[in-house]
Structure formats: structure tokens, C-alpha cells
Ligand binder design. Structure first.
Ligand code: FAD
Length: 277
């Protein structure tokens, strides 16, 4: 089976940022020849226009299929219907469907409360038009009731009509394989693509990982801390660790890789160029 490779971006805030992103996406297109790009969406619709703009610009600039992320929390069905219709009109055929997180200060949670409800709604509204990706959490969602319940809810998203899943990033390959095995036991056969976060900075990575429930194994955390201001050595170590993890994933049957590129090319390509794929 062909493996699926993709890169994720966030929507830039300025025209200059968008120009830079178009250049980055062109480079990633040439080097990786990705199956698709994706662009994140601020929950509650906060980046609605900027996500739309980035998706349509990247798709027309590079010719690479580009998937908007779409989260349902804080949005009405009418708002989501309108977004779906605009993407359909633009010929967009792939979506990443999410619940999202409630932005602070927002009081209304919207009409759809979980990602499985969003997937059902998209299928009701648009039939088979979109290839739908959903999120998966090998180390479990930070507020999951229990691992078993989180898996059961993940199955609901697939059963609602999702075609494949992209995982939260992780540095523990065993957690990914255990998750994939558990999914197989539940009868889930949709591809579950590992999300890969390159390591370029310790402080931000540690903060973000604590918030999203990703474990940085102690031996990695300790070494990253030890680099202090030596950014070059930190990046070199991070590249080795993540490249080794990606190679093991691909060699052991992972159906592809999704790079959280953070709108940069260097760290993703440093990994990509050392991989045998
Ligand atoms: P869900 O699958 O709905 O799960 C959320 C929580 O609710 C879990 O704890 C689950 O166990 C529980 N749950 C699920 N279904 C039910 C149910 N029916 N009843 C009760 N409990 C339930 N966030 C953004 O804001 N914008 C983005 O663009 C974005 N992109 C992402 C891309 C990927 C690949 C990943 C992994 C995450 C992304 N996120 C994004 C983060 C994501 O929105 C958050 O992790 C959010 O908290 C959960 O979204 P979800 O779609 O996984 O939710």
C-alpha cells in the first residue's frame, strides 16, 4: 500500500506571512511530493477567513490538494454548512474534522459538541464529497474519561464516516503501536497516520506537550534541557531522535507520516532527507 505523506500549516496573520508560507509550501512540494497539505482552524471560527484564504492560495499556488481543518465547537450548523459549501465550490475534496477547544471567554459551545457529530453532519450535508480525516490520540486525549472510553469515542468518529486519522504527535512509538492494535481489536481498519513534531526548541515543546498530553520521554527531556542556549546542538539531537522514530514507524508498517511543519521547511526536510521511504 502506498504511504501517505502530508504537512500541516497554520494560517498566517499577515500578507507577508502568507507569502512566506507559499514559498515554504512550494519547497515542501518539490522535496516531499506530499499527498496533501493541511491548514489549521481556530476553534470558534476565529481563523475562518484566514484558513480559507491560506487553503485556497496554497492549493492554487502549488497544485497540491490542501485540506482545511474544521472544528465544530462554538459554531452553529449554519456556519459550518456555509464553510462546507464554500470549500466544495473551490474544489476542495479533503477535510480534517475536529471538535476543537473552547476559546477562553467563549460561552456558547455551538450545536455540535464532539467530532463524531461533526463527521455525521458533514456526511449528511455533503455525502461522499470530502475525504474526512479525524484526530487520534495514542497517549489519549488530555481530558479523556479513560483510555477505553477514548478509544470507544474514536471508533464513533470512524463509524460516523471518517476515512482516516492523524495522530497527536508523540515520541513514544510503543504508544502508537498499542493504540493501532487496540483499534484493530475494535474493528477499526482506517489508516492511522502518525503526526510528527520536529524538535527545534525545548521550552515551547515542553509547554505544548504538557497541555496536549504528549509525553516527552525522560531521556529526551533531560538531554534537551542540557543544551540550554546551544540551539544548533539541540536541533541536531532533535533531528536524530525524530528521524530514527520516523524510520522505525515506516519500517514497521505505519501508513505514512503527517509533519507538523509550523510553517517552516528546515526541520521537516532535515528529517525527510535522511529517511528511506
Ligand atoms: P473529540 O474526538 O470530539 O474528543 C474530545 C474529547 O471528548 C475526548 O476526551 C473524547 O474522549 C471525548 N469525547 C469524544 N466524543 C464524545 C462523546 N460523543 N461524548 C462524550 N465525550 C466524547 N484544534 C484546533 O482548534 N484547530 C485545529 O486545526 C486542530 N487541528 C488538529 C489536528 C490534529 C491532527 C490533532 C490531533 C489535533 C488538532 N487540534 C486542533 C486539537 C483538537 O481540536 C483538540 O485536541 C480537541 O480538544 C479535541 O478535538 P477532537 O476532534 O479530537 O475531539
Amino acid at each position: 500500500m502506498n504511504k501517505t505523506f502530508s504537512c500541516e500549516f497554520f494560517p498566517p496573520k499577515t500578507d507577508q506571512g502568507l507569502e512566506k508560507l507559499l514559498t515554504a509550501s512550494e519547497i515542501l512540494k518539490t522535496e516531499i511530493k506530499p499527498d496533501f497539505f493541511s491548514v489549521t482552524f481556530g476553534a470558534g471560527g476565529s481563523t475562518r477567513e484566514r484558513t480559507f484564504q491560506a487553503v485556497t492560495d496554497i492549493a492554487s499556488h502549488t497544485g497540491v490538494p490542501t485540506a482545511p481543518h474544521l472544528s465544530c465547537i462554538g459554531s452553529s450548523k449554519d456556519e459550518i454548512r456555509e464553510i462546507l459549501s464554500r470549500y466544495q465550490q473551490q474544489g476542495i475534496k479533503r477535510l480534517v474534522a475536529l471538535r476543537g477547544d473552547m476559546p477562553s471567554g467563549m460561552v456558547t459551545s455551538g450545536e455540535l459538541h464532539y467530532a463524531n457529530e461533526l463527521v455525521t453532519f458533514i456526511r449528511e450535508e455533503t455525502g461522499d464529497h470530502f475525504h474526512i480525516e479525524v484526530a487520534a490520540y495514542p497517549e489519549f486525549h488530555p481530558i479523556a474519561e479513560s483510555p477505553k472510553q477514548d478509544l470507544a469515542y474514536f471508533k464513533q468518529k470512524i463509524d460516523a464516516g471518517a476515512d482516516s486519522a492523524i495522530t497527536q504527535y508523540f515520541y513514544n512509538v510503543d504508544a502508537y503501536y498499542q493504540f493501532v492494535d487496540d483499534c484493530e481489536l475494535l474493528g477499526i481498519d482506517a489508516p492511522i497516520i502518525p503526526g510528527i513534531m520536529p524538535i527545534t526548541n525545548y521550552t515551547n515543546l515542553a509547554r505544548f506537550s504538557d497541555a496536549c498530553g504528549t509525553e516527552i520521554p525522560r531521556w529526551i527531556r533531560k538531554r534537551l534541557q542540557d543544551f540550554h542556549d546551544d540551539t544548533e546542538s539541540l536541533k541536531a539531537f532533535g533531528k536524530d531522535v525524530v528521524t530514527d522514530m520516523c524510520q522505525r514507524l515506516l519500517d514497521n508498517g505505519a501508513p505514512g507520516l503527517h509533519f507538523y511543519s509550523m510553517n517552516q521547511t528546515e526541520a521537516t526536510l532535515a528529517i525527510w532527507n535522511e529517511l528511506e521511504h
